[in-house]
Ligand binder design. Structure first.
Ligand SMILES: [Zn+2]
Length: 95
């Protein structure tokens, strides 16, 4: 996949592989996804399906596009974008 004009890898990995990658980056808590800027790779837990998988992909994609963004910013924007996409990218009623 192309992000910011550069080739990135997208890998669907086991929980064990994701935990190992997370430790390398100093994450102690359980992860569903990880954005590795050095390897230009997004890792996604392969056990995710449906909306959880899409939400996690959106979240990690935002990390890749905006490397300086905080975790809080990415979480909030990811949720907003995922909701927008789930509505078929139509405005909510009343807007
Ligand atoms: Zn994050």
């Amino acid at each position: 996949m192309t992000i910011n004009g550069e080739a990135w890898h997208l890998e669907f990995v086991t929980r064990k592989e994701l935990t190992e990658q997370g430790r390398k980056h100093g994450h102690k808590r359980r992860l569903d996804g990880l954005c590795d800027y050095d390897q230009r790779t997004i890792y996604i837990f392969r056990g995710l399906a449906g909306e959880q998988r899409k939400d996690t992909l959106m979240h990690e994609y935002l990390h890749a596009v905006f490397p300086q963004a905080s975790e809080e910013w990415v979480t909030e924007r990811g949720t907003e974008m995922a909701e927008y996409v789930k509505r078929g990218m139509e405005p909510p009623d009343g807007d």
